[in-house]
Design a protein around this ligand. Structure first.
Ligand code: HEC
Ligand code: HEC
Length: 504
């Protein structure tokens, strides 16, 4: 009798705890939170519109587990058969999550396994290609030690096994030369410390991705679909207009710039003004999302919203401009709020790899230089960012500024293209944190600079400079302007400053 009672009490307790953990989950598409979340677009002075909470809630929920794709010669016996028979399985089973540890593990799975829904395909042509050795040109494919291919996934769906691509982990996992996997670090790391997985080369060589742009919008030509991803119809001489007639080869010539620093441009980004992949480690303490502070990061709900936005609910309406044709929709499905919550908790928990650079005499001398040069005014310890935004060159902020933006009314003079001539163009560049500089590589918002030596080399201001990172295709030499701090040091001081920066 007593044991039955005890069991019953325990059961009640457990259900109460589960209910408790569910109730702390912020609602993702919450009108009040969305209202002032995005930063208005410069030159338009309106926020991008979001779909309504009613529309969002009415979307079908996607919650499917995915499995790695092996190099065909290394696929374990019976694996393909297992995928056929296993059937659709949930990516997250929130009812079973009790402890913090359970939630983090669930979030890890979402981060690692979530696929790009719009790129999911059941087309037998692509599935056969992914199982054919000839697809994987050895020099252009990163095969991980366990024989799996970086970035590709199988998804058992109710309609059969689909081929797809990793979502977050495709761009936000880096590898150090010693094999250390840096979850949350940018996929394209410093050449000194990291290796770049070559998945994008696979795409490029084999056209495995039917078209890189995830929209259901009928049969428009390739260039036109690209234009819809990046075009800025309200800009007087929009550089993106030329995308309308671009071929896939033109596109890949630009977007293959990933390993040169600029990332594959995301929806609302720009092929011509790319952004590097930022480091997600330590993001909990940072107030803005994206190089141009497109969104505030007020709490975990904002990170969940950001993940929802980039995976399925991107903005397509900017003031009077809808970048999609009327009948088209980019939004097809949503993730369960619990999956986004677990994902955000996991991202908050990420830790940097152990730093081999010690604060020795050289680095301590560098710390003095860092202080004397006035760097802490913007890169304020301990976060090494003041969590403020600066003005892009040529931008006059509207008055009053959008609530939540802490504006430092000066410009550091870096290329203003992203901040002024794109749909992510808020007019601002945030002050980035300097944590993790040693493993990240690719500095400044567009990743033009590939090393700290290059960053603090005054030669980079000259037209004859060869950027180590991003440059447009065909451009060998060009100046990397702006951020002229720490450029007037002698060789010894520069080495000291860099030694210090590498300890962060
Ligand atoms: C195709 C590559 C790619 C994929 C896939 C991707 N990201 Fe990103 N992510 C980027 C790039 C590039 C930026 C920088 C955008 C900018 O600055 O405008 C970024 C920015 C971010 C930021 C803002 C960080 C900061 O400090 O400003 C967060 C948070 C983020 N991504 C989370 C995610 C999550 C979660 C997923 C999976 C749902 C994901 N990303 C998928 C490339 C990617
Ligand atoms: C007035 C504010 C300000 C001062 C002072 C300043 N920075 Fe910066 N720093 C920025 C901004 C803003 C960026 C980003 C610019 C961009 O992305 O276009 C940046 C970027 C950087 C980056 C590249 C980080 C990355 O992840 O891309 C490094 C490294 C850096 N600063 C180091 C320094 C050092 C060292 C000093 C002192 C010698 C210094 N900064 C002084 C505002 C400042």
């Amino acid at each position: 009798m007593r044991t039955a009672l005890l069991k019953h009490t325990l059961f009640l307790l457990i259900t109460a705890c589960a209910a408790l953990s569910q109730s702390r989950i912020p609602k993702v598409w919450d009108e009040a939170a969305l209202a002032t979340w995005a930063t208005p677009i410069a030159n338009l002075n309106v926020r991008p519109s979001h779909i309504s909470p009613a529309e969002y809630d009415a979307l079908p929920v996607q919650n499917l587990r995915t499995y790695p794709v092996y190099l065909p010669s290394r696929e374990p016996a019976g694996y393909w058969q297992m995928l056929q028979t296993t059937g659709p399985k949930p990516l997250i089973e929130s009812a079973a999550l009790r402890t913090e540890k359970d939630w983090l593990e669930a979030g890890r799975r979402v981060f690692e396994e979530l696929d790009h829904l719009p790129l999911r395909t059941l087309d037998p042509k692509f599935i056969a290609a992914a199982r054919n050795m000839e697809t994987f040109v050895p020099a252009r494919t990163t095969v991980l030690p366990d024989g799996t291919i970086f970035g590709m996934r199988w998804v058992p769906t109710p309609a059969g096994v689909a081929l797809s691509y990793t979502n977050c982990a495709n761009c936000h996992v880096g590898y150090l030369k010693d094999g250390t996997r840096v979850v949350g670090g940018p996929t394209f790391m410093s050449r000194e410390t990291g290796v770049a997985p070559l998945l994008f080369a696979v795409h490029q060589a084999n056209r495995l991705v039917p078209a890189a742009i995830p929209i259901r919008m009928g049969d428009e030509p390739f260039g036109m679909r690209m234009y819809r991803a990046y075009g800025v119809p309200w800009a007087p001489n929009d550089i993106h207009t030329r995308m309308k007639t671009m071929t896939q080869d033109d596109f890949f010539a630009w977007s293959g710039a990933g390993d040169r620093g600029g990332a594959i441009p995301r929806w609302n980004g720009s092929l011509f003004f790319p952004t590097k992949v930022p480091d997600l480690i330590g993001i909990k303490d940072r107030k803005y999302l994206d190089a141009t502070a497109t969104h505030l990061h007020r709490n975990i709900g904002d990170l969940m919203r950001y993940a929802a936005l980039v995976s399925s609910a991107e903005s397509t309406v900017f003031g009077d401009h809808n970048v999609l044709p009327a009948e088209a929709s980019r939004v097809q499905a949503r993730l369960p709020d619990e999956a986004l919550y677990a994902l955000a908790l996991y991202i908050y928990s990420l830790q940097p790899p152990p730093n081999p650079n010690k604060l020795d005499a050289q680095a301590r001398a560098g710390r003095q230089i860092f202080r004397r040069q006035g760097c802490p005014a913007c890169h304020t310890p301990p976060l090494y960012t003041s969590n403020k935004v600066t003005l892009a060159q040529g931008f006059t902020p509207p008055k009053p500024t959008s609530p939540g933006l802490d504006v430092l009314p000066i410009t550091v003079g870096t290329d203003p293209g992203l901040a002024l001539a794109t749909r992510k163009g808020t007019g601002y560049y945030k002050v980035p944190s300097l944590k993790g500089l040693w493993y990240r590589g690719h500095y400044l918002h567009d990743g033009s600079v590939a090393s700290l030596e290059e960053m603090f080399d005054p030669q980079r201001l000259e037209e004859t400079h060869t950027p180590g990172g991003f440059s447009p295709p065909g451009v060998k030499a060009r100046a990397i302007r702006g951020h002229e701090f720490g450029l007037r040091l002698n060789t010894k001081q520069r080495a000291q400053l860099i030694a210090f920066l590498k300890t962060l």
